[in-house]
Ligand binder design. Structure first.
Ligand SMILES: Cc1ncc(COP(=O)(O)O)c(C=O)c1O
Length: 382
């Protein structure tokens, strides 16, 4: 429900999601059970990952990842400041220190591996890149430097669900899924994501040593789930370590499965619309389309353009608002939030420029192509 003529994103919900919810209601099992197990198996198959754990949010997945790798006070984690704040918050909440690296460029707003390398100290334990808008960070370089410095690599893949990379320029190993390149990948099913359940997330890993720990940490440190006990497979449980309650419930998992079945065609439609935006803005001097040269590898989560100045951005958002077209901004720099700026005084020039000039435009599988053309022509007229 929205008052905008052209909203930023619209849920692709229909009879499939309603039937999924109905199935759970009829089964009368609400906590982690057969829907969660099936969702995890289907997700792991898409990712070609050995392990997938459904959780209550991507923030929970990041928190689990950070716990599972044993981060402690004094450890440093290098990450981008153009990001949703969850990685930085989770780093701080275990007492470790986020160290912010600049982005590669305004057209490629993912963490710059050269900067990462310069920021490594004996305290650095991990790097958390974020695949901005569904476009892969420079994973080959990040993987190589993490290996050389013995660092863990956690991918914030919240935007990049379903993105498989065939990258001629060696940005990532050929044909791998975003989230399954580093040690751990995290995904969000928040309401505006390509796979949306309202709340929810998934953590994937190919590392058996981390998997067992993550599974227990997700549910109080328990060795057995209540579904297994209900079915008489085991009589009791042990607590092997102190854990959280980050479980996903059956209703969200069932709806997640219905959404997963629509994900890849939805992403394909998003890419077609991205290409239409890019073509509509070709040669528009004031505008840079982010990742314009690799849209075919994107999950197509966001359509983002960078203006030649903050003033141009303001004019464009006003013109779009007058036409009842919703826009957003992904993201303000984390360094500029009041809770961060006192403690983090680094100046990241490209990050600052990006945060003051980027606009997110409407994008979802049901977006009408003529709206894309209209938005491009409004931007060209600025
Ligand atoms: C890049 C990124 N990381 C983390 C999160 C946190 O996800 P969640 O809301 O599922 O905790 C989000 C969600 O908006 C995100 O976009």
């Amino acid at each position: 429900m929205t008052d905008w003529r052209v909203p930023l994103s619209v849920l692709d919900y229909g009879v499939e999601e309603a039937e999924a919810a109905q199935r759970v209601i009829e089964r009368r099992w609400l906590s982690m059970g057969p829907e969660v197990l099936a969702f995890e198996q289907e997700f792991a198959a898409m990712q070609s990952a050995r392990h997938a754990y459904a959780v209550s949010s991507a923030t929970a997945a990041l928190h689990l990842a950070i716990h599972a790798i044993g981060l402690k006070p004094g450890d440093e984690v290098i990450q981008p400041a153009i990001n949703f704040v969850a990685s930085a918050n989770m780093t701080l909440l275990v007492g470790a220190t986020p160290v912010f690296a600049d982005i590669c460029s305004l057209a490629e707003p993912t963490i710059d591996p050269e900067q990462v390398e310069r920021l490594i100290t004996p305290r650095t334990k991990a790097v958390i890149p974020m695949h901005y808008g569904g476009n892969l960070a420079r994973m080959s370089e990040l993987q190589e430097l993490c290996k050389r410095h013995n660092l863990l690599l956690i991918e914030d893949s919240c935007h990049a669900i379903g993105a498989r990379f065939h990258d001629a320029r060696g940005r990532a190993p050929h044909g791998m899924m975003a989230g399954s390149i580093g040690d751990i990948g995290t995904f969000s099913f928040y309401a505006n994501k390509n796979l949306a359940c309202g709340e929810g997330g998934m953590l994937v890993t190919n590392r058996d040593d981390l998997a067992e720990r993550i599974q227990m940490l997700r549910s109080h440190g328990m060795t057995r789930s209540s579904w297994e006990r209900h079915h008489g497979r085991v009589g009791s449980y042990d607590i092997a370590l102190p854990g959280f309650n980050y479980r996903l419930d059956e209703l969200h998992a069932a709806i997640g499965r219905a959404q997963l079945a629509k994900l890849l065609p939805g992403n394909q439609r998003r890419r077609e619309l991205l290409a239409r935006y890019r073509d509509g803005l070709r040669d528009a001097e004031r505008w840079t389309v982010v990742f314009a040269d690799q849209l075919e590898h994107s999950s197509g989560h966001l359509m983002v353009v960078v203006a030649d100045s903050t003033e141009t951005r303001t004019k464009a958002t006003q013109a779009l608002r007058e036409a009842s077209i919703q826009t957003s901004m992904h993201y303000p720099s984390i360094l500029e939030f009041s809770g961060f700026r006192e403690h983090f005084t680094d100046v990241l020039e490209l990050t600052h420029q990006f945060a003051s000039r980027a606009i997110t435009l409407p994008l979802h599988p049901g977006l009408r192509p003529d709206y894309v053309d209209e938005i491009a022509s409004i931007l060209r007229a600025i």
